[in-house]
Design a protein around this ligand. Structure first.
Ligand code: COA
Ligand code: AMP
Length: 647
């Protein structure tokens, strides 16, 4: 482990020197003097006193350096039948104009702007326009329903919301504007203006005085320049699921983010200026923020924005068509997407129809990469497949084989080794480090490297409580796993109630809150069970109130509809069973982990504190067999693939 080991050791021994060097790849208005501010530890800030503009670093400086005619963004949209390329100069001009439009609507440095859009170039333009003004964007994934959007509006309190009239899914057009209107009705905070991108697939009605079209917003606007901001100023807020229904607003700063992402592109993704990088994700998720938008553009690479699915748009060859057509050098997606392709094209026969000679590497992240998917992709594509583990909170990989530093051999079932900057440890419940081969909680010694969250939006206390208090001096990742004797990290799954459905992070707690709101429900539990395609799928269990008299099938249908409406279709909540009781400890805690183990066929010991074992016994056939009420259109039996299971 030559170059990697050297870099890793230095990053921990001399973090300030390490990141001072990395900061040289960024243009600063005021260059960093001090590197790390630890005066408010355990809250840390990187590059205090330095000033920069992230949009300048992503666009203007590349134009100034002669990359104006190079493609910056390729929008490939099989769902609308269009492909469109924007050069760096063109993207800069569009961003400057939209920044001017936002300014005309009163958006200034520090103001929040919520973005609720499909995978359209205007979403990227809106994000970068906020960065240009020093405003703070908060992108909300289009698959979330109105109440989830309302919760984010109330927390971020945006001055302006930018939305597209609709999203175009493979099978249907989703009206975003009607969801937005409902969300604004539900929210206490009301934005002054909404800028609506009218897409021809579904035009939106506008609210006079509040709403204006994108075209009207930019008409006659004065292009805005880049506003220098403090490195520690927020660039964006991205909400993610925690254990409760209240989403957490992960904050990203400007300076640490630019430094870390630029460094990661070279050191981890082995991607440089002029390369074509494609992250097949969504701008609503952290992978989209970091590796569709910011990292490739900070690098001077070309990024691909793909508005389509791995299958069905039009077939399981879609990814290979895009990779070939745009001469993609480095590709990044979620294992679930590869599983979807493999299901439809098991032999990978469609791959042969495309020229993938430009493709060097495939990175997979967002959920555990099961060994079968790892092997299938490697064999069929003939390029190294690199698992990388990270989270919304960190914004870039915690563990990976850092291909730009050294081509460490990859192994199935592990995202390889800790990335420089991350002091990764596996600890027991008392916080003591466990030996290789033993499972424990995965924590990261403070300070986290640049680019990771400095706090939660407006809630330092929740940040301390949720992440920093379990093992003082360490950040709690919420994942469990182990190291092997060679220092490879095995990340086995969440130790909390967060689940991962098709690469989408969701809270079972939030789904339980929805079920509990039904008048006939006395108590409920939602667990994530193994699913061969999506990794995990949620399953609900409800106990009826005495005398509720609800007809189970109708009730189940109502509950499924409620979760779809309140959380969104992305929750893929399709199964709920009416059960006589839920297994609990004597102190009343529902044994969700035990239920999950039984459902997955990976039994965990039943705690001795169980209140009434007969309740669990009554539930076993429902957990392992077919549910009493199965509402899924694509009904699947509980998985038999142990690789997709969670601890
Ligand atoms: N806007 C509106 N609705 C959306 C949406 C969006 N941006 N994204 C998903 N949805 C809807 C879908 O239409 C679907 O609705 P339905 O219940 O009416 O069919 C539902 O949410 C679930 O969508 P999805 O999770 O995409 O499931 P799927 O069965 O349509 O497709 C996969 C399965 C595996 C192909 C798909 O989930 C996928 O491509 N996953 C990769 C995820 C990813 O890139 N994650 C980012 C981490 S890197
Ligand atoms: P998100 O915040 O949506 O990126 O989800 C982060 C969570 O996804 C992590 O805490 C892990 O549970 C899971 N995850 C992401 N990448 C991986 C990976 N490569 N291996 C295992 N789990 C992963």
């Amino acid at each position: 482990m030559g170059d990697y080991r050297q870099a890793y050791d230095r990053s921990l021994r001399d973090p300030e020197g390490f990141w001072r060097d990395a900061a040289e790849a960024i243009d600063w208005d005021v260059p960093p003097g001090r590197i790390l501010d630890d005066s408010a530890a355990p809250l840390y800030h990187w590059f205090p006193g330095a000033r920069l503009n992230t949009c300048h670093n992503a666009l203007d400086r590349h134009v100034a350096a002669g990359r104006g005619d190079q493609p910056a963004l390729i929008h490939d949209s099989p769902v609308t039948g269009s492909v469109r390329t924007y050069t760096y100069a063109e993207l800069r001009d569009r961003v400057a104009l939209f920044a001017g439009a936002l300014r005309r609507l009163g958006v200034e440095r520090g103001d929040r702007v919520v973005i609720y859009m499909a995978m359209v170039p205007e979403a990227v333009v809106a994000m970068l326009a906020c960065a240009r003004l020093g405003a703070v964007h908060s992108v909300v994934f289009g698959g979330f329903g109105a109440p989830e959007l309302a919760a984010r509006i109330d927390d971020a309190r945006p001055r302006v919301i930018v939305a597209s009239s609709c999203g175009v899914e493979a099978a249907r057009v989703v009206g975003y504007k009607s969801l937005l209107d409902r969300a604004i009705d539900l929210a206490e905070h009301k934005p002054r203006h909404c800028v609506i991108l009218q897409r021809p697939q579904l035009l939106a009605d506008l609210v006079p005085g509040r709403d204006l079209t994108w075209d009207d917003a930019v008409d006659g606007a004065e292009p805005a320049g880049c506003v220098p901001v403090a490195a520690t100023d927020p660039l964006y807020i991205l909400y993610t699921s925690g254990t409760t229904g209240r989403p957490k607003g992960v904050v990203r700063d400007n300076g640490g983010h630019a430094v870390a992402l630029r460094w990661s592109m070279s050191a981890i993704y082995a991607c440089g200026p002029g390369d074509v990088f494609w992250a097949a994700s969504d701008v609503g998720w952290v992978v989209g923020h970091s590796y569709i938008v910011y990292a490739p553009l900070l690098t001077g690479a070309t990024t691909v924005l793909y508005e389509g699915k791995p299958v069905g748009t039009p077939d399981a060859g879609a990814f290979w068509r895009v990779a070939a057509q745009h001469r993609v050098n480095v590709m990044f997606t979620a294992p679930t997407a590869i599983r979807a392709v493999k299901k439809e094209d098991p032999d990978g026969g469609l791959i042969g129809g495309y020229d993938l000679s430009a493709l060097r590497l495939l990175f997979l992240a967002g959920e555990r990469l099961d060994p079968q998917t790892y092997a299938w992709a490697g064999e069929r594509l003939g390029v190294p497949v690199i698992d990388n583990w990270w989270q919304t909170e960190t914004g870039w990989p915690i563990a990976a084989s850092p291909r730009g530093l050294e081509a460490l051999p990859t192994r199935p079932g592990t995202p390889s080794v800790p990335v420089p900057g991350y002091r990764v440890r596996v600890v027991d419940p008392d916080g003591a480090e466990v030996p290789p081969g033993e499972d424990g909680a995965i924590v990261i010694g403070l300070p986290l490297p640049p680019g990771c969250l400095p706090t939660l939006w407006g809630d330092d206390e929740r940040y301390r409580r949720d992440y920093l208090s379990a093992f003082p001096g360490n950040y709690l990742t919420g994942d469990g796993g182990r190291f092997d004797a060679d220092g490879y990290l095995y990340v086995m799954g969440r130790t909390d109630d967060v689940i991962n459905v098709a690469g989408h992070r969701l809270s079972t707690g939030a789904m339980e809150e929805v079920l509990a709101a039904h008048p006939a429900v006395a108590e409920c539990a939602v667990i994530g069970v193994s699913d061969p395609l999506k990794g995990q799928a949620p399953r609900g269990f409800v106990v009826l109130k005495a005398g509720a008299g609800a007809e189970p099938e109708r009730l189940a249908a109502e509950l499924v509809a409620m979760v779809r409406d309140r959380i969104g279709p992305v929750a893929a909540f399709r199964r709920v069973d009416v059960v006589p009781g839920l297994p609990k400890t004597r102190s009343g805690k529902i044994l969700r982990r035990t239920m999950r183990g039984i459902a997955d066929g990976t039994p965990v010991p039943v705690p001795s504190t169980i209140e009434d074992p007969a309740v669990l016994d009554a539930l076993r056939p429902i957990l392992t067999g077919r549910p009493l009420i199965a509402l899924a259109q694509d009904d699947q039996r509980p998985s038999e693939t142990p690789d997709a299971s969670r601890t």
